[in-house]
Design a protein around this ligand. Structure first.
Ligand SMILES: Nc1ncnc2c1ncn2[C@@H]1O[C@H](COP(=O)(O)OP(=O)(O)OP(=O)(O)O)[C@@H](O)[C@H]1O
Length: 272
């Protein structure tokens, strides 16, 4: 691959959403008409007021909404050109390629080692005991937590601090070698130092993975994200509130010269 190839690879779309509408139990969409692209090895932040559908759209990307009874996703979402919602596509396999880190760190009530080993094992890991130990170490190193836990791999993951638990959960997501990591407000339960740690880690992770992050923290979006998508709510014809994507652009553009007034009002704190 030459330099210009690698540049165009950087701009490659990994996930493409076209006219996505998500319905929960009602016939009016909770989020409507979302079209956007997630670029490879970039961090894309979703920002916007509460209830505008950021998490709903994030969950569409690894079919996590399938687990919510009554939830329906219409429109098209492709992952490397493959229709994620094709009936032939296995949602469990999707989640192996597109991992998720949640708002509250949620380690398994197992040892630190087992927290990492569990995913590869249930996905049919074929290596030896040593290979698994290497994979655990590599994953913990990639999530910048190895030095803190290397001497206590058999202790419970729940005994770690909140920030460490979140990095353990990131290591757990990495262990199955996904291409994309979705993060739903990964720092909202963390103190400022742990938050900065995760933000630094995100910059390292984007060398290898594509990241999508939902955040309420606009400084976090402006510090960390390459691309930012602003969502808002509006009233549908039937008078119901629904989420909409207002615009997506490079983060520097969204925070300095957004095209839409609603974005400008939101980022300048005059709204929301
Ligand atoms: N499991 C669910 N069942 C029914 N409605 C839901 C469910 N999850 C979300 N919704 C509705 O979908 C809409 C979008 O919610 P969503 O959580 O995606 O927004 P959000 O922008 O992520 O909000 P927040 O910033 O508060 O987390 C809201 O009207 C919400 O009430």
């Amino acid at each position: 691959m030459n330099a210009s190839d690698s540049q165009s690879a950087e701009k490659q779309s990994v996930l493409v959403a076209e006219n996505v509408n998500v319905f929960y139990s009602s016939n009016s969409p909770a989020v409507a008409g979302v079209s956007l692209e997630i670029l490879k090895n970039q961090i894309t932040a979703f920002i916007g007021p509460s209830g505008c559908g950021k998490s709903t759209i994030l969950r569409c990307f690894n079919r996590l909404n399938d687990l919510i009874e009554g939830c329906r996703v219409k429109g098209s979402i492709t992952f490397n050109g493959i229709d994620l919602y094709d009936p032939k596509v296995d949602a469990v396999a999707v989640r192996r390629h597109i991992g998720m880190v949640f708002q509250r760190p949620n380690p398994f009530p197992k040892s630190i080692f087992e927290n990492i080993a569990f995913g590869p094992r249930i996905n049919g890991f074929k290596g030896s005991k040593n290979d698994m130990a290497d994979l655990v170490e590599k994953s913990l190193r990639s999530a910048a937590i190895w030095d803190e836990v290397k001497d206590k791999l058999n202790e419970s993951g729940l005994a770690l601090s909140g920030g460490q638990q979140q990095r353990l959960c990131i290591a757990r997501a990495i262990a199955v070698e996904p291409q994309v990591i979705l993060m739903d407000e990964p720092c909202s339960a963390l103190d400022p130092i742990s938050t900065l740690r995760i933000e630094e880690l995100m910059q390292e992770l984007k060398q290898k993975y594509t990241l999508v992050i939902v955040t309420h923290n606009m400084q976090q979006a402006s510090r960390s994200a390459d691309m930012t998508a602003f969502f808002n709510t509006e009233l549908s014809d039937s008078g119901k509130r629904m989420g909409k994507l207002v615009e997506i652009d490079r983060t520097s553009v969204i925070f300095s010269s957004p095209k839409q007034t609603a974005t400008e009002e939101y980022i300048s704190g005059r709204f929301g």
